[in-house]
Design a protein. Structure first.
Length: 175
């Protein structure tokens, strides 16, 4: 569980998370390629498989183009390993630890407003939402939803982007 607390005398109040650990996996964007392994298309840095696009060669090549366009060199996760039926948040950063910025041609992106993004419980599930638009669903993991909101605000993300929907193998956030 991740939460922020302010403790003053005998009073404890919940506040936004002031800091969160990053689950970051680095790679060299100059070495990233789309390769076929048996019958599956992978995005890889040498022997390190970064993404699996199954039979979708065009999607894998598009993911390589996204990585190279933004100079991405780290994949970051919130909620890993995921429980069955859950999808962790994935965001990507460049070698300086900056979020990708600016649109890419033919990008599949949905804009949102970081100032109005909140964590909400809907039924038994914790969601990161902008109004009625659900950006992320963390199931029962309230702490992961709060940590995801922390990173959205920390990096100033304004768009959630997809490569090869439905069930996109690559999701990234940008500002």
């Amino acid at each position: 569980m991740w939460t922020g607390l302010r403790i003053k005398q005998n009073q404890a109040t919940e506040i936004p998370i002031p800091w969160g650990p990053e689950d970051r996996v680095s790679f060299n964007p100059e070495n990233v390629v789309a390769i076929q392994v048996q019958s599956r298309w992978k995005v890889a840095d040498g022997d390190h498989w970064i993404l699996d696009f199954d039979q979708n060669r065009i999607g894998a090549e598009r993911a390589v183009a996204v990585i190279k366009h933004y100079g991405l060199s780290s994949t970051c996760y919130v909620g890993r390993p995921a429980c069955p039926g859950e999808q962790p948040m994935t965001y990507w950063l460049d070698h300086s630890g900056n979020a990708p910025a600016g649109a890419m041609a033919q990008e599949d992106a949905i804009a949102f407003t970081p100032a109005t993004v909140t964590v909400r419980q809907i039924g038994q599930r914790w969601k990161v939402a902008d109004g009625n638009n659900w950006l992320l669903d963390f199931g029962p993991a309230e702490g992961n939803a709060k940590l995801a909101l922390y990173f959205i605000k920390k990096y100033g993300f304004t768009h959630i982007c997809y490569v090869s929907r439905p069930n996109p193998p690559m999701t990234y956030f940008r500002k």
